[in-house]
Design a protein around this ligand. Structure first.
Ligand code: ZN
Length: 363
């Protein structure tokens, strides 16, 4: 398999358009046309990880955090970012980042944290808006099934746990083609009235081009009439963080002990709360931006990392903010990527890096 084929495979699962605007996901170094010899998966790309790739014959590193993030203006060495990139390029090692696009999908890092804590009734804590389109199109009745199938195959018609969702109404379409037209039904310069179906489906923003291309391919008319409207509905399957419930409420100390064991934490920073913990919100990585949303949804605890000192004050005995460390919240991202690659018939040597890239130690 070529490196670009693996990139494509992963982007079908975590489309880059789902990443946040500040992010830099995708293939960061390397030749997309090169044959992949093996895949090494890591949270961070460091020189030690590149060394491991060289020694093991892996020429593709898949990393959660993008090594190229801010603007790089030179590559002369001198810091770990430049040294790592130079070493990777010199040794024909491609680096591919799957970052906030993996955070934002339902099967991503927050789902993993929630499932490790055995949370029930989980849902996205902060669903994304403005990423769903409504497509309406008008098809002669005989063409309806064909067009619907093409739209579904291209990724339209998904709502929550349902696929192939559509609404079809019957009506009369009219048109009159000019001298240059070549109408499928009727004649040029003659008004035609045809029994048609109006088909309505929703589609995710990232699938827009694919769905519109499929519509044009499958639609029997020379000119395809359609409306594409951006909806302000929440998308329940895409967004940041997750919230759910523990089966049995736990006193805070017991809950902290469970977290410490589950995530192998060197230390935990937290704010107190006098009631038991039942509803739990989580967000892998730097998630303090969701602390108010976790409170708004009446979580008893919010597990994330990188809270600032003053942000802890917001908890006010209404919620326990639990900062377990950035690496600790995201360490299982490696397993998620590994499992996806193994499940999707990539028979290449694939390994989770043995390097612990956490730059933080606990004394
Ligand atoms: Zn992170």
């Amino acid at each position: 398999m070529k490196i670009e084929e693996i990139v494509h495979l992963i982007h079908q699962w975590t489309p880059p358009s789902l990443s946040e605007s500040y992010d830099n996901v995708g293939l960061l170094t390397g030749d997309p046309k090169a044959l992949c010899q093996g895949i090494l998966i890591t949270l961070d790309t460091t020189e030690a990880v590149v060394d491991e790739a060289i020694a093991g014959g892996y020429n593709l590193i898949i990393s959660h955090h993008p090594i190229i993030f801010g603007g790089i203006k030179k590559l002369t060495g001198g810091n770990y970012i430049e040294n790592t990139i130079i070493k990777a390029i010199k040794n024909d090692i491609a680096i591919f980042a799957v970052h906030t696009n993996l955070d934002n999908i339902l099967s991503g890092v927050n789902h993993k944290i929630a499932s490790l804590l055995q949370l029930k009734n989980t849902k996205i804590l902060s669903p994304k808006k403005d990423i769903i389109y409504k497509l309406s199109t008008f098809v002669p009745i005989k063409g309806t099934d064909m067009v619907l199938k093409a739209l579904f195959d291209a990724g339209a018609g998904h709502i929550g746990n349902y696929s192939e969702a559509s609404f079809v109404t019957k009506g009369t379409g009219s048109f009159k083609g000019n001298d240059q037209s070549n109408p499928t039904i009727g004649k040029v310069n003659q008004l035609e009235k045809v029994e048609e179906h109006k088909i309505e489906v929703v589609l995710p923003k990232y699938a827009k081009n694919k769905v519109i291309n499929a519509l044009f391919e499958a639609h029997p008319y020379e000119e395809v009439a359609y409306d594409l409207i951006l909806l302000s509905n929440d998308n329940q399957t895409i967004g940041s963080g997750m919230i759910g419930q523990l089966e049995n409420p736990l006193p805070l100390e017991d809950f902290l002990a469970l977290i410490k064991k589950t995530f192998n934490c060197g230390s935990i920073k937290y704010t107190p709360i006098s009631k038991n913990i039942k509803t739990v919100a989580v967000c892998g990585g730097s998630g303090s931006f969701l602390r108010k949303e976790a409170m708004h949804q009446q979580a008893d605890a919010y597990i994330s990392s990188d809270f600032k000192y003053h942000e802890f004050f917001d908890s006010e005995n209404l919620i326990s903010f639990i900062d377990i460390g950035h690496y600790e919240t995201e360490q299982y991202t490696k397993e998620i990527i590994f499992d996806y690659i193994k499940k999707n018939a990539v028979s290449l040597p694939t390994k989770i890096s043995a390097v612990n890239t956490n730059p933080v130690l606990y004394f």
